[in-house]
Structures are given as structure tokens and as C-alpha cells.
Design a protein around this ligand. Structure first.
Ligand SMILES: [Fe+2]
Ligand SMILES: [Fe+2]
Length: 243
């Protein structure tokens, strides 16, 4: 049973937290199957039994900082009822990518430090400078749209960056590490590409072709970076990692 439990560790950690907070847990959310020998026990006993078997994550994973001084308190705003129109949604998503760009700006120096392939290192350095420009362009769009420039927490980019940090921390081989860094960077680029693509479409729908044109510049740089990463991976880094 043990191998199948690896993927459940996060669920148990969340469960432990909820249990500690004394919240009621509905039956349909239980993480125990009928086949589980502990399933006939009360929930606290189940936790105890599973802990004894080493099947409950005892520590939550270290998290990268996710709070920014210019973010709102609620994570995404999806449940705040603040988003009443496409314009509101546009502003919310602009704040999401603003937060994401700032998190990426914070994460890139560590990726530069870890990269061993000179071309990859230089590529990350270049993209750090581009990312600073992306932040400025998003601020420009806030201003053009006459709304305050601020971020909203984005668990999606936090998760991508956290995973990148976790995986790279597990690798000693330099070439394999470079391959992992490229894969993580491409996950980041694809997130940015989807956000900018959506924002551009909505800006045009809202009659703001001027905002769309500014965002398009960011999108093109994200796409170019993604393409370069693919070329690097296919031409050298993956080949070296496989040796
Ligand atoms: Fe960016
Ligand atoms: Fe990017």
C-alpha cells in the first residue's frame, strides 16, 4: 500500500490542519478507501494509525515567499463577488499577471545561479531584464486603464515556482539540473503566455486596442523566450543530460 500513498501526503497534511482547527469534515472528502485497514476507525484513530505507519506527512514542504506588499488579502478574488463585469475580470487578471511577474523577478536570480550551461545562464539573465520591462508595461496598462497598480495573490505561479525550487534542489548532476531548469522555466513562460493571450483578447473586446498593443509586446517576448528554451533543450542540454 505504501507506494500508492506518496501522492496522498499533501492531502493528509491539509486534513491534519483542518482537523487541528476543529472543522467538520464531510464523508465524501475522506481520504480513506474501504480497502484501507484503518477505515473502520474513527477519524482521529485513523490519523493515529496512519502516523504510526509513517503514512502521514509530518512536515509541510518549505514554501517560497508568496506574499507581496502590493497584493490584496484574498487569494484570487473568485469568491469575493468583486468581479461583476468583463472589465473587472480584465483588471483582476492584470493584477494576477502583475503579481506573477514580480514573483518571477524574485525567482530568476536563483535560477541564474543554479544554471551551469553558459547559454542557459545568459538566457535567464536576459529574461530577468525583460521581466523588469514586463512589470513596467503592466504598470503602464494599469495607468492607461485608470486603475491602481497592485497584485492579487496567484497560487498558480506560486506553485510552479515552488515546484521548480523543489525539483532543482533534488538534483546534483549539472546537466540534469540544467534540463530541469529549462523545463521549469518553460512552465513559467507558458503560464505567462496564457495570461497575456487572455488579457489581449479581453482588452480588444473591451475596445482597448491600446492596452492590447502594450500587452502584446510582453506576449511576444514570452513566446520568444519559450522558443529559445526549446531550442536550447533540443540542441544541447537534454542531450548532455542523457549522456
Ligand atoms: Fe514576463
Ligand atoms: Fe517570462
Amino acid at each position: 500500500m505504501v507506494p500508492a500513498l506518496a501522492g496522498r501526503a499533501g492531502c493528509f497534511t491539509a486534513f491534519e490542519k483542518r482537523w487541528a482547527e476543529g472543522q467538520k469534515r464531510p464523508n465524501h472528502g475522506r481520504h480513506f478507501t474501504d480497502a484501507d485497514p484503518a477505515s473502520h476507525l474513527s477519524l482521529p484513530r485513523q490519523m493515529l494509525e496512519l502516523s504510526k505507519q509513517g503514512r502521514v506527512a509530518s512536515q509541510s514542504r518549505a514554501r517560497i515567499p508568496t506574499q507581496s506588499s502590493n497584493t490584496e488579502d484574498h487569494p484570487m478574488g473568485f469568491f469575493s463577488k468583486d468581479i461583476k463585469s468583463l472589465d473587472d475580470l480584465f483588471v483582476h487578471t492584470l493584477r494576477d499577471i502583475y503579481y506573477a511577474e514580480k514573483q518571477i523577478e524574485k525567482a530568476l536570480p536563483a535560477m541564474i545561479e543554479k544554471a551551469t550551461n553558459p547559454a542557459l545562464k545568459a538566457g535567464f539573465e536576459k529574461h530577468l531584464q525583460e521581466t523588469k520591462g514586463h512589470i513596467e508595461r503592466v504598470e503602464q496598462v494599469f495607468e492607461m486603464h485608470d486603475v491602481k497598480a497592485k497584485g492579487v495573490n496567484c497560487p498558480a505561479i506560486d506553485g510552479i515556482l515552488e515546484e521548480a525550487d523543489d525539483v532543482s534542489g533534488e538534483i546534483d548532476d549539472k546537466q540534469v539540473l540544467d534540463a530541469a531548469l529549462i523545463a521549469s522555466a518553460q512552465a513559467v513562460e507558458h503560464y505567462e503566455i496564457t495570461r497575456y493571450g487572455t488579457l489581449i483578447a479581453w482588452a480588444n473586446e473591451l475596445g482597448r486596442a491600446d492596452c492590447a498593443a502594450v500587452l502584446e509586446q510582453n506576449l511576444q517576448e514570452e513566446k520568444a523566450t519559450d522558443k529559445k528554451l526549446t531550442e536550447m533543450a533540443e540542441s544541447r542540454v537534454n542531450l548532455q543530460a542523457a549522456e
